[in-house]
Design a protein around this ligand. Structure first.
Ligand code: 5AD
Ligand code: SF4
Length: 445
């Protein structure tokens, strides 16, 4: 069955991977809304399905092909094929191959080109297939429509791309070179988000702390300066940012953690491994020691800061002793939360062809040990929070009636009871800690 050529009326975006993909997915939705295309109601097939893919690890491309197969099968059963678009980093990396291998796909659009989705839909309506993997990053943002109403916590991409070329990572190839969006555009978008109901904004970038721009007075500012300006927006209660690279931290951003009350006491600062030979082979351009010194500076500025990180186990050539250094750095930092992954060779990256690729069962075993250490520190961090008073930003209802779930300043999940609504900032006393969440008690009515 050929895909329908009637213009789609409903859409569904399936976003995989990082928060920037979530942001991109929202913005694609806003573009479609301008054309009168609305989200498909829950449980109904959409006329247009966008697979917003991630290429960072594992069998990303295979996952896309099996998703496409599933959509085609569901379409055959429903007697109507959806229009299928593949977006995101797999589209960027393997667009041509997707077009060749998957005739059901009408549109392939890279992460820097999705502002052209409407024109691509016009082509699709004529029965033509369209691919766009250009990288005009700033042009994309200029072409996107205004922000729409979302939940209390919103994402705002301030920086995209990466020039670091860690040897395991595809991002510099799929997202392109580092670019910073202009200061005035970001302040305007943040205001729009707050007008639309956002209480919290998380600034996003693959190297968010490499963001640089000129403020309204023509002064060069870094992320710290941008955060200080955004903190002046009435109605905005919380600011976060992610993901940072240790080498892009500057004094002003560190100082902002001690000075800007709206900047939450949380820092996601990946180190990836605890051993200097491995860090060098990864081309991280920092050592375990320089990372630990940086952490100390944040702690001096904001003693209660919660730290999180990313780790890769089983990088090519990693010995047992080198892996033990990763466990040691986890113990030394005492992270509040972490993401940890088995090394996954990415086509076209230098590490994929390095000697000493590690056997899967060794990686499994190391990951398990690492996650156990991480879990121990996360639980300890939660337990140490018991007794503190803090605001919780309500994000959704809990499992039982009258229960609410939200985030503490330290990004912990906190549940509590009472008569509230999504978007409320509720002061609670943290009363009980579990490994993954805490119970709060409301301390005022
Ligand atoms: N294999 C495993 N993990 C990876 N990451 C990036 N590339 C790879 C890879 N090839 C992890 C890093 C990064 C996070 C977003 O994903 O830890 O910080
Ligand atoms: Fe990938 Fe390294 Fe860039 Fe992070 S800093 S996006 S891990 S290349």
């Amino acid at each position: 069955m050929k895909p329908t050529t009637a213009p789609p009326q409903t859409y569904r975006v399936k976003s995989f991977g990082c928060q920037m993909n979530v942001y991109d997915g929202e913005r694609m939705g806003e573009l479609l809304a301008e054309r009168g295309i609305t989200p498909a109601p829950e449980g109904e097939e959409a006329d247009l399905v966008i697979l917003n893919t991630c290429h960072i690890r594992e069998k990303a491309a295979e996952k896309v092909y099996s998703d496409i197969g599933r959509l085609v099968k569901a379409g055959a059963e429903a007697g109507k094929q959806p229009l299928i678009a593949v977006a995101g980093c797999v589209a960027q990396a393997e667009g041509e191959e997707i077009m060749a291998r998957a005739p059901a796909v009408s549109i392939v659009v890279g992460p820097q080109a999705y502002h052209r989705l409407p024109e691509m839909l016009d082509k699709a309506a004529l029965g033509e297939r369209a691919t766009d993997t250009d990288m005009p990053a700033i042009a994309k943002f200029d072409a996107l429509p205004a922000r729409r109403k979302r939940g209390p916590s919103a994402f705002l991409t301030v920086q995209e791309g990466c020039d670091k070329f860690c040897t395991y990572c595809v991002v510099p190839y799929t997202r392109g070179a580092e670019i910073s969006r202009p200061f005035s555009h970001l302040v305007a978008e943040a205001r729009k988000l707050v007008e639309a109901g956002a209480k919290e904004i998380t600034l996003l970038g693959q190297n968010v702390n490499a963001w640089a721009g000129e403020d309204d007075n023509g002064r060069r500012v870094g992320l710290g300066g941008l955060i200080r300006t955004l903190a002046g927006i009435d109605g905005l209660a919380r600011i976060r940012y992610t993901t940072s690279h240790p080498n892009d931290m500057d004094d002003d951003l560190i100082a902002a953690h001690g000075e800007v009350a709206k900047l939450m006491p949380y820092l996601h600062l990946p180190v990836q491994a605890g051993n200097d030979r491995i860090l060098k082979a990864m081309n991280r351009q920092h050592t375990a020691e320089s990372y630990l010194r940086l952490i100390e500076r944040f702690r001096a500025m904001r003693p209660d800061i919660a730290l999180s990180g990313d780790f890769i186990v089983g990088f090519p050539g990693e010995t047992e002793a080198e892996f033990a250094d990763t466990l040691s750095i986890v113990d030394e930092v005492r992270y509040a939360a972490c993401f940890s992954f088995k090394y996954s060779p990415r086509p076209g990256t230098p590490a994929a062809t390095m000697d000493g690729q590690i056997a899967p069962e060794v990686m499994d075993e190391r990951l398990q040990r690492l996650q156990q250490r991480i879990g121990h520190h996360q639980y300890a961090f939660n337990q140490a929070s018991v007794g503190k008073r803090c605001d919780v930003l309500v994000e959704r209802t809990g499992r039982h009636p009258g229960q609410w779930l939200g985030k503490s300043p330290w990004l912990q999940s906190v549940w509590f009871e009472g008569d509230y609504a999504v978007g409320d900032l509720v002061e609670v006393k943290l009363a009980e800690a579990g490994p993954n969440s805490l119970r709060g008690l409301v301390t005022h009515v």
